[in-house]
Design a protein around this ligand. Structure first.
Ligand code: ZN
Ligand code: ZN
Ligand code: FE
Length: 330
């Protein structure tokens, strides 16, 4: 149900600071002005006024973005802090093919083109002094509210560091100061050595369900070389990233009879500053506990902030690894 309100309500688009948790909330009511579109119209298919023809992938400005290049000046409020919603939101149309279920149905070369496009976009965005963070993510599945089925992902260019990445930066920095080693490299080495939680391998990447996974099929994908940013990956590493993402997403799709909803997000260093202690990686959160049973971030998780895991990451990794081995040959 949509919130009902009168048309003359004030337009707001601003960052609001939560002083209790110490984090930003992005507030905008201009997204509700999105026009109604017929059910069968796909804005991402080739041949619309926005998309045109003759492309493999497209990166479009989101027409009703959460963040804006020239945001409405934030409101002045008693007691509370705000900041301008400066930034850019993009939609990455990953393929002209409307009818595939997921990007794992594409060839490695097609997926590589997506990552190459995103990488280029990041290189552009890095030149903007006000662009602090480049968040690349993908939501998949009707159950988690993805209404447009045409394969697409998103980019948020943010004026702040997202809170989850910030926590990783703080902890890995602390670890680095103590041990003079990268926390993530150490985790990768441990997972490689133990093996039970590894889901897939390629020449330059490793995928595993971490010891400390939160979501039922949470897979972390790391480059074996110590790298901070997507823009630092060379062609070979980017191609190999396409290879391992295809494997893992194929496993996620085929582990149960019904493809499961997931979220995928790229964790990398901020665009400004030096973060040599950090190590970029991809996180995928596969959200089925079992066939058709969605894990919710409910009272404990959302209210308390800590996750409960209704199996073990080792068991989940075993299932997923078998699926990848049997069903996901390149
Ligand atoms: Zn389409
Ligand atoms: Zn590292
Ligand atoms: Fe992470």
């Amino acid at each position: 149900m949509k919130m009902v309100r009168s048309m003359n309500y004030k337009r707001v688009q601003e960052l609001r600071w939560d002083p209790t948790l110490g984090e930003w909330v992005m507030v905008s009511n201009i997204r509700d002005l999105r026009p109604w579109q017929p059910q069968d119209f796909c804005p991402f298919c080739p041949g619309t006024p926005e998309t045109g023809f003759g492309w493999d992938i497209l990166i479009l400005r989101n027409k009703f973005p959460m963040l804006n290049e020239e945001p409405i000046p934030p409101g002045k409020y008693k007691f509370y802090s705000t900041a301008p919603s400066y930034g850019r939101c993009y939609v990455v149309v990953e393929t002209p093919k409307h009818d595939i279920d997921d990007i794992s149905d594409l060839d490695v070369t097609e997926i590589y083109k997506v990552f190459k496009g995103v990488k280029r976009k990041q290189e552009d965005e890095m030149r903007d002094p006000k662009a602090i963070y480049f968040l690349f993510f993908r939501n998949k599945g009707k159950e988690i509210g993805v209404s447009l089925t045409h394969p697409h992902s998103q980019i948020y260019v943010l004026p702040f560091i997202p809170v989850k990445v910030l926590r990783e930066l703080i902890n890995s920095n602390r670890y680095y100061s103590k041990k003079k080693q990268c926390l993530f490299c150490d985790i990768v080495n441990i997972e490689k050595e133990y093996g039970e939680r590894v889901v897939a391998n390629t020449d330059y990447w490793i995928a595993f369900i971490p010891f400390y996974a939160h979501w039922p099929f949470e897979v972390h994908i790391y480059p074996l070389t110590h790298i901070q940013l997507l823009s630092q990956l060379n062609t070979e590493l980017t191609k190999d990233m396409a290879r391992i993402v295809k494997k893992v997403l194929c496993g996620i799709k085929n582990i149960f009879e019904k493809p499961m909803p997931y979220m995928m997000v790229l964790h990398q260093a901020p665009l400004k500053g030096i973060y040599t202690f950090y190590h970029m990686h991809i996180e995928i959160y596969g959200m089925y506990r079992m066939v058709g049973k969605l894990k919710y971030a409910a009272g404990m998780e959302t209210g308390g902030g800590n996750f409960t895991y209704d199996s073990t990451p080792e068991e989940a990794a075993h299932m997923l690894r078998n699926t990848v081995e049997i069903k996901c040959k390149e």
